[in-house]
Design a protein around this ligand. Structure first.
Ligand code: ADP
Length: 477
């Protein structure tokens, strides 16, 4: 098949979260499975410098944007056999310090930026000599792609590709004032309650759900959850009416990137059969973070965007209680100033037990995954979550709330004594999380059990091979 993937972020070119990892890895996995994949993404600041092999293509976009026209340029990179990446250059929109925001404030013209990007995607799909069978967009930023393709079909595009939309997080829908709609140049009948309209606003993601041929989300449990009021973010009813085209496919892990054996970011390599190096990674991490270097103290860690979704509030409260015990904790992440303040305070009050780092640091992320004994993910909701799967591979036992992809990827002792590789809790409360941390401490003190959990985790397999088969099945449908 020929598949054009479209995403506002793609690892290793740009990344704010799991979306980038997933799209980059899906492209590689499709190509490795013998299909032809191409990915289209914006040319953000710094990409050309980091990837000097990018070539300018003799191709100009000059696309209607309401009553005006907007232009852009095309760049390309042969990234892997059968995998080409296209970059849309539009300096006014994409040559900026941030991807979506700066200093925690979203760019006011995000709707225009990603509408323009979506128009470029459709233009490429239509006019490239390489004709995609299917265009696969991701999240609200490409939500309008299926509608734009349908519109072009109306205008005579005979062999238009089919469309797939993946929802990576329903909490971000791209809802903007209706004045954006005329800039789409779509016919007015796209802006109705069964289409892009959402209580008088335009909702990019809802348009995608309405007009895509298939809709996927990043775990089977999250696919079920989003059709309920609790997780539906106002679209549960709408999703129920489109339930027939909705499936959940658990993200795979890029084990070429996330592995403990050939990884220059780690202090020492280790594996399920040679687990010895893990404790060296722990010591070096403790040293790096200026924590007491002590093998016998269990080290807990988190890497996360500091957002409401990630359960930061119950984590701060549970740690407050659990730091009475002999444990250590480290966190890497950035986001809400209020949560950053909470962690800073925790570190100030417990300087010999808590280390916090703010900002974005790939290398430290690998080192935390490798050096910790336990990884905390107490999310309120979690469409898929990747860090718990990275933790499993790194022999770091995940402690997760049983929601979305966390529930789908971790096995608790109560589910299978033989296969248990993590700890789950259910109630969204600091009490329930503290109890899970106490369980972790008990496991830590029982070496045979600790070894078993780690081994089970390191042997769990979330490789893209099986994930890509599920995408191909969905595409064929
Ligand atoms: P989400 O996409 O909701 O942020 P995921 O768990 O799906 O959560 O993916 C998060 C990805 O981003 C992981 O690869 C994680 O390691 C990475 N990440 C998050 N915050 C940071 C950070 N501060 N530094 C480095 N990597 C980070």
């Amino acid at each position: 098949m020929k598949i054009l993937l479209a995403s506002s972020e793609v690892y290793p070119f740009s990344k704010t979260g799991g979306l980038a990892d997933m799209v980059g890895a899906l492209g590689v996995a499709l190509a490795e499975a013998g299909h032809e994949a191409r990915i289209v993404t914006p040319l953000y600041r710094g990409i050309r410098e980091k990837f000097p092999a990018l070539r300018k293509v003799d191709w100009n976009f000059d696309l209607p944007f309401g009553a005006e026209f907007f232009s852009g340029q095309l760049w390309e990179l042969d990234f892997a056999p059968r995998l080409k990446i296209y970059f849309i250059e539009q300096p006014e929109f994409f040559d900026r310090a941030g991807i979506y925001f700066e200093k925690n404030i979203s760019y006011a013209d995000n709707p225009e930026r990603y509408l323009f990007f979506s128009k470029c995607v459709v233009h490429l799909a239509r006019y490239l000599p390489w004709q995609a069978d299917l265009v696969h967009g991701h999240d609200w930023q490409t939500g309008l792609v299926p509608a734009l393709i349908l519109q072009a079909k109306r205008a005579g595009w005979g062999n238009a590709p089919r469309t797939c939309l993946t929802i990576h997080n329903l909490a971000y829908q791209g809802v903007f004032p209706k004045e954006i709609f005329p800039l789409t140049n779509l016919d007015p009948d796209f802006f109705t309650p069964t289409g892009a309209e959402f209580f008088g606003f335009i909702n990019f993601l809802k348009a995608g759900i309405a007009f895509a041929d298939i809709v996927t989300t990043v775990s089977p449990r999250y696919a079920r959850e989003i059709t309920t009021e609790e997780f539906g973010c106002g679209l549960d009813g709408f999703l129920r009416t489109h339930a027939a085209k909705l499936t959940g496919i658990l993200n795979g892990v890029d084990y070429a990137e996330w592995n403990t054996e050939k990884n220059s970011r780690l202090f020492r390599s280790y594996s399920a059969t040679r687990p010895g190096g893990k404790s060296f990674n722990k010591q070096e991490l403790q040293r790096l973070l200026a924590l007491p270097v002590a093998e016998k103290i269990p080290l807990f860690g988190t890497i996360s965007r500091l957002a409401e979704q990630k359960g930061v509030d119950i984590q701060l409260a549970a740690l407050e209680e659990m730091l009475q015990a002999d444990i250590q904790f480290c966190q890497l992440g950035s986001g809400s100033p209020e949560f950053e303040h909470g962690y800073r305070e925790l570190a100030r009050r417990h300087p010999s037990k808590v280390a916090v780092r703010f900002g974005y640091d790939e290398t430290l992320a690998h080192r935390i995954e490798a050096g910790c004994d336990f990884f905390l993910m107490p999310s309120r909701f979690e469409p898929c979550g990747l860090n718990q799967m990275y933790s499993l591979r790194y022999g770091t036992i995940p402690i997760v709330r049983a929601t979305g992809g966390l529930d789908d990827s971790v096995v608790d002792f109560s589910e299978s004594q033989k296969k248990a590789n993590g700890i789950k809790f259910f109630e969204y409360s600091s009490r329930a999380l503290a109890k899970a941390i106490r369980k972790a401490m008990a496991i830590y003190q029982t070496p045979a059990l600790l070894k078993e959990f780690r081994k089970n985790g390191m042997q769990a397999d979330f490789s893209w091979k099986s994930t890509v088969k599920q995408y191909l099945k969905a595409y064929r449908k």
